[in-house]
Every structure is written in C-alpha cells, then in structure tokens.
Design a protein. Structure first.
Length: 176
C-alpha cells in the first residue's frame, strides 16, 4: 500500500452506522457478494458505481453500531481511504485489522463535494481537495500502522503467520 494517493470523492452525511454499510440481510448472502449490499438502504446502486481507488468523506459518527466487519465491503469495492469528522473506535480498529485506512479528519465534510478528487498522504496526515486546494489535517499514522496497512492489515498478517486458521472475512482489495 502506498501512503500517498488520489481518488474520486463520495460524500456521506452523519451517523453512518454499520447497518447502513452492511445491512443485516447481507449476512445471508455468499461472502463474495456481501459488498454488493453496501449502502443499499441509503444509497441504492452505490456499490455498482464506486471504483477502485475512490475515497469516502463523511460527517460525524462514521461506523457506529455493531462490531460486524463492515470495512470488508469497502475493501472488496476498492475504497482506498475513509476520512470522517469522527469515527467509531471499534469500526476504526476493524478497518485497520482488515487493511483499510480510516481517519478522523476535523472539518473534512465541509471541504468536499462529489465528484471532487482528494489527495491523501497518510504519512503527513493530510487530505487535500484538488479542486479547491483546501488541506485538512489528521494525526499521521505511525510507521508501525503504515507497515501493517501495507501488509494488508492485521488479519492477513496473522493468517500468513499461521496464528489464525481461517481468513474468510478478510477479502482482497479490488484490482486497480
């Protein structure tokens, strides 16, 4: 994983919970199809429009709710980064575990519109709107977490080190 990248922005509001990200009915779908239900309740058809490398910008309370591994949907769809005003701690940890960078970025939701392009630098802790040149700061990721993300997340590392037997939940990123 590179620590510097650009992508098209998808903008979401506040209180985006894991039920919206991965509806309960998706649990009955085959694992390789669950991502197709992502945001189907609040943004029908979104999963067929998002492309590898795209970026999500959102308001407060992103990822609240259950501990379901909703970040897997974004990985399967190829989402490269999520920046929200505030992020639920459990969702943040699950995202890092599966290899998806998600950061709390103060002010970010007011600085982007669809289909802006964002430039993210995980090492510097910045996200910049290429249309307006406005830059938003977040806490840069420490080298250890950058390395973990580069390796595909904690779940993948543990699987490769034979510390867990099954990696059914850790889906690969969409090809770029």
């Amino acid at each position: 994983m590179t620590t510097f990248f650009q992508g098209r922005v998808w903008k979401f509001g506040e209180d985006i919970n894991t039920d919206l990200i991965q509806p309960g009915a998706a649990r009955n779908m085959p694992l390789e199809q669950r991502h197709l239900a992502c945001f189907s309740a609040n943004r029908p058809g979104w999963s067929s429009e998002v492309q590898p490398g795209d970026i999500i910008v959102a308001g407060k309370n992103f990822g609240t709710g259950s501990s379901r591994p909703a970040a897997q949907n974004f990985l399967k769809l190829g989402v490269a980064f999520i920046g929200a005003e505030t992020v639920n701690g459990l969702f943040l940890r699950n995202s890092i575990n599966f290899g998806l960078p998600v950061m709390a970025v103060p002010g970010v939701s007011s600085g982007f519109e669809e289909p802006d392009t964002a430039e993210v630098d995980l090492s510097a802790g910045t996200i910049r709107n290429l249309r307006t040149s406005q830059v938003f700061q977040f806490a840069p990721l420490p080298p250890m977490l950058l390395q973990l993300l580069a390796q595909g997340g904690l779940m993948k590392v543990m699987f490769e080190q034979h510390k867990i037997r099954r990696l059914e939940a850790a889906l690969p990123r969409a090809e770029k």
